[in-house]
Design a protein around this ligand. Sequence first.
Ligand code: LLP
Length: 430
Amino acid sequence: MSLPTNHAGHLEIGGADALTLAADYQTPLVVYDVAQIRQQVRAFQHVFETAHVDGIVSYASKAFASIAMYQVMQQLNAHIDVVSGGELTTAIAAQFPMPHVSFHGNNKSEAELVMALDAHVGTIIVDNFHELALLDHLTTARQQPVDILLRITPGISAHTHEYDQTGQVDSKFGFDLDSNQATAAVAQAMQAPYLNLRGIHAHIGSQIFALEGFIAVTHKLMSLLADWAQTFDFTPEVLNVGGGFGIAYTKDDDPLPPEAFVQAIVEAAKADSTALQMSLPQIWIEPGRAIVGPAGYSLYTIGSRKDVPGLLPYVAVDGGMGDNIRPALYQAKYEAVLASAPQAPATETVHLVGKYCESGDILIDRQPLPTTHPGDIVAVCATGAYGYAMASNYNRNPRPAVVFVENGQAKIVVSRETFADLIHLDQSYL
Ligand code: LLP
């Protein structure tokens, strides 16, 4: 991975020296290069523009949700998707324009749906019959119309980690196609007086490297839209193909640029629109990882070291599985550099481990590094997606601070949790 360095030879993130960031804000620290986030969103939007296609980039905010992140998405005129009352609350606090919010989830509670209706969320992506009935009931009682998409299970498996697959038939998400559940759902939605069915949604999975699945899902959704238009008094307005575009975590990964997936989706949809003699719906994509993953870094301070004769040494940092569960949960691979000398040749290979009381707390199983010393700062790269978002307080460790950096200027966007925060919800039993 070729990383930017400054005149001192230190790792530079968004124009700021990583060592200065670590000194100013302490570690573990999550740092985002905001220009890189903006660049990726614009690159997606550019694909739509150059193809003269009406397209929407809807950031899947589960990858990293915070007020600041939503503000940046708003500046870029991107939409967002939220999957919980908590994400929605954050978007409301960010004063994100509600018409640009989609609400996802396979088990939205009644309270969450009411929240969404109160907030006038733009689109609710309906996942199942329970939700369809509940939303019909709520909107009728309130006499409040709402735009919806139906999420279907496309029956397309993505070649990715098992936990990251969502499109295969045996999945908890969306209406099944084979048993005609999707058609029944359209019929039900068309009869609901306050549900305005605008289109279809599918998401085939995450961290996908191959174009084929996206092309296949686009064809599938376009032909379903055409079927629905024929069978019902329905005008297809939205084709939402989800997210899942894979990124590079290590130098062994060689993904296509994320825009290439969108290009393929646009081409497939255009071809279908001609073949099916159907006007091209607005195309929505929902990337999360591709927008924030590569832009994020986790900075840690090295502490203890254990040498085992004949085996690789263990080098421990002041964070670990509490701020990045992905290696333990998905066997996810990352790469780290010494922030003071990212280009320095490696002199040894180490197990880079965390501080959590668990043997599986290994951030990087085999990391070549120059000789390190306690107090050195290491940066784990490409941790921006599903890192902080999935952080926990395991072992009662506070979650790190998050800093946004742009043009060399750093700003805290999520404060470091304190020990006081950790006991804040505890109640005495005496
Ligand atoms: N749209 C829907 C409906 C989704 O469920 C997801 C991700 C996305 C979009 C965004 O996918 P992305 O572009 O970020 O790949 N925690 C896992 C990833 C779970 C993804 C869940 N859904 C991980 O760390 O790999």
